[in-house]
Write a protein that binds this ligand. Structure first.
Ligand code: NAD
Length: 498
């Protein structure tokens, strides 16, 4: 059986720790490969390699760095189908959805192709007598990304593309559950002309993560995963003075105002609630109809749609969604459904007993729909990360606004309405980082930034867009004065602009 190693110094190398983890194919439930789990010493070796390569890379002009990104885009297009199939087989999402995962990552690579423009500094002529001031953005050195299982192409690209374009060397620690695509992306970057050592992949678990967090040569860490680990990574990274941006879990609400187009709303809930089996940080997991009448109309349309969702293997192009990532994830989600029933929510659609003929060992479940969920229930408070949608009935707009605002997560939220006034008020007041108006998954496009609030995001600055350039560079400001501007004699008073 293949053991996926690490990618260091421009090539795949074998793991030497003696520790491995199984990589499943969720649609069949079979172990198809294993992945090496890096030791602290292996992580250190990768960092040393990166550190040595980074100096010349930082000195490579930004246009040449951008050209490598452009070539990578072409190579990714060439290999699109095989990447999507590998992704779907390791993750469980359908192939069309896997293509979306890749595409969303490539869009950030496209953004990074603009790096010559993005890195331009500021200049002020004549800030004082003979004084000019300019600022420049310089790379940090070696930086790292620690990424989750649910977007094994998109999130690694969100991290490494801007970081590398800025002139840093990168250590990627992808999820040990689906390491295949991140390894292929690293190979493609080398094929595109990236010098060896600039993009490295160390596979592993907590040991590799801790080695990255404690290493003083790593200057910044971008993390995406569950909130408790995000907070842990944030705090431990800060202990060695690193920059850290750590994005966590979510509980995304979709508010349905009485005037919303109900057919469009139901389409939105079906796609955003159950697509990718609900394993998206921007999945809608809570629907909030405003008023009993809206709620009843919603449920009348929603129940038959959830009942008729098509669950299938990742390779079935007609499936709405595929299996969950592991048996443990499946058991966890089913456990939440049990808890919801015990705590008094009304299970309107029960997909727990779904079985797929010919794929009996796959990690499947059908869509579940809860009605009459209340804010004190576990299934409302916690992220389920599965194909389970909870309906919380709000009596009025104020209550609907309060729910996502008071929830401990603050990743995404949407409002469906024809009332521009309500939408505007909602967007301004809701305490959540990304807002959709009649848009169910408000993931900002690559040249805006992505980031949640409260327990969905620890640290400063968002991912991709202009914030990514700020995060992966440090600003140097130069104040210059030439002899024609120098007054006679020493100055003992602090210079001001008076
Ligand atoms: P996870 O927290 O289990 O793992 C994320 C990363 O942390 C992985 O690389 C993993 O190896 C590592 N890790 C796991 N346990 C660790 C530990 N104890 N110490 C150190 N490192 C550890 O998350 P996941 O299950 O892979 O991904 C799903 C989660 O990610 C969900 O909560 C989802 O909402 C979140 N997510 C958030 C965003 C966002 O932008 N906010 C995007 C995608 C996913």
């Amino acid at each position: 059986m293949k053991i996926v190693g690490h990618f260091v110094g421009g090539k795949e190398i074998e793991g030497r720790s003696g520790r491995v983890s199984d990589v499943f194919e969720p649609m069949t439930g079979e172990v198809k490969s294993q992945v090496a789990l890096a030791s602290k010493a292996e992580v250190r070796a990768a960092i040393e390699n990166a550190k040595a390569a980074q100096v010349a890379w930082a000195a490579t002009n930004p246009q040449r760095r951008a050209r490598i990104m452009m070539r990578f885009l072409d190579l990714a297009q060439r290999d699109y189908d095989s990447l999507a199939e590998l992704l779907a087989r390791e993750h469980g999402k359908t192939i069309p959805d896997a293509k979306g995962d890749i595409q969303r990552g490539l869009e950030v690579v496209e953004f990074a192709c603009g790096i010559p423009h993005l890195l331009k500094g500021e200049y002020t002529e004549g800030a004082g007598p003979g004084i000019d001031i300019y600022s420049m953005r310089q790379p940090l050195g070696v930086v790292a990304g620690i990424t989750p299982f649910n977007f094994p192409a998109m999130i690694p690209m969100w991290k490494f593309a801007p970081a590398i374009a800025c002139g840093n060397a990168f250590i990627l620690k992808p999820s040990e559950r689906d390491p295949g695509v991140p390894m292929r992306l690293a190979e493609l970057m080398i094929e595109a002309g990236l010098p060896a050592g600039i993009l490295n992949v160390v596979n592993g678990d907590k040991e590799a993560v801790d080695a990255i967090l404690d290493d003083r040569d790593i200057r910044a860490v971008g993390f995406v995963g569950s909130s408790n680990i995000a907070q842990y990574v944030y705090e431990r990274a800060a202990a060695t003075g690193k920059r850290a941006q750590c994005f966590g879990g979510a509980k995304n609400h979709l508010i349905i105002m009485p005037d919303a187009d109900m057919d469009q709303t139901v389409d939105a809930l079906i796609g955003a609630g159950y697509g990718s089996a609900g394993e998206r940080c921007m999945a809608v997991s809570v629907a909030v109809p405003v008023g009993q009448n809206t709620a009843d109309r919603l449920m009348d349309k929603l129940i038959p749609r959830v009942e008729s969702l098509k669950v299938g293997p990742s390779t079935d192009p007609s499936a709405d969604f595929g299996p969950l990532v592991t048996r443990a994830a499946l058991d966890r989600v089913k456990g939440y459904v049990e808890t919801g029933i015990k705590e008094g929510a009304k299970l309107a659609v029960d997909g727990r007993d779904f079985r797929l003929q010919g794929y009996e060992n796959g990690f499947y479940m059908g869509g579940c729909l809860f009605d009459e969920v209340t804010p004190d229930m576990t299934i409302y408070k916690e992220e389920i990360f599965g194909p389970v949608l909870s309906v919380v009935r709000a009596k009025d707009y104020e209550e609907a606004l309060r729910l996502p605002t008071e929830h401990e997560y603050g990743n995404g939220v949407s409002i469906f309405t024809r009332d521009g006034d309500a939408a505007r008020d909602f967007a301004a007041k809701v305490d959540v980082g990304m807002v959709g108006i009649n848009v169910p998954i408000p993931v900002p496009i690559a040249y805006y930034t992505f980031g949640g609030w409260k327990r969905s995001g620890f640290g400063d600055l968002n991912q991709h867009g202009p914030d990514s350039v700020r995060f992966y560079t440090k600003t140097k400001t130069v104040t210059s004065r030439w002899p024609s501007g120098v007054k006679e004699g020493a100055e003992f008073v602090i210079p001001t602009m008076q």
